[in-house]
Design a protein around this ligand. Sequence first.
Ligand code: C5P
Length: 232
Amino acid sequence: MIRVAIDGPAGVGKSSTAKALAKYYGFAYLDTGAMYRACAWWCLNRGVDLDAEQVDERVVTETVGAFFTDGHFDITVDPDDPRVLCDGEDISDAIRSAEVSAHVSKVSNVIPVRRLLVAAQRAMIAREASADAFSGGLGVVAEGRDITTVVAPDAEVRVLMTAREEVRQARRSGQSAAAGAVGADDVAARDRADAKVTNFMTAADGVTTLDNSDLDFEGTLDALVALVDEAI
Ligand code: C5P
């Protein structure tokens, strides 16, 4: 059983390479950013004011709590087709909108929301890493901002992916254009907001830093495969 934890800032290429890594080994793939995005999408749809400088944390916590406990939310972990669902409806594209990107940090900065999502993520990782879980290999790749430090600090492989800011900005805008998103995702602003509650800019003890500024997709994937092979 192998758990691979990958953290890093926005636009570093975590999602695409983590997904490819999971596919390579037949592991499950957990996109924790998609869970925070789904919460922000749900709050926006419910009319929660996320534009306020200081959001109403009680309202956000209650709204997100209902999203989970009332069973609206679901996420699939097949790396060939990971999906986020709300009441059975596929919201995988909707949660990548510029509007959600611009507001997601307001939700992910609320500590009780983090507690709820961290608990859910730990449970999913434990389930997917066990023998009778997802039909692939005995392993899971989870990526986000606090996986190496908070969600799964005991993971067999822990990686912090970094890249120079201009490289990340360029990768991200290419991605948004491809997805047809309206407006730019301000990666730097999102990282600043996210860094208030998570540390994904410096590697914690025992975490391997992978700077992929000068690596392409294949090069990054090769480096990740080398790290996992070492742990197997
Ligand atoms: O990974 P992605 O850019 O899709 O994540 C969207 C947002 O979710 C981040 O900007 C951050 O606010 C939040 N997030 C988080 N903790 C994680 C993963 C994502 O706070 N583990």
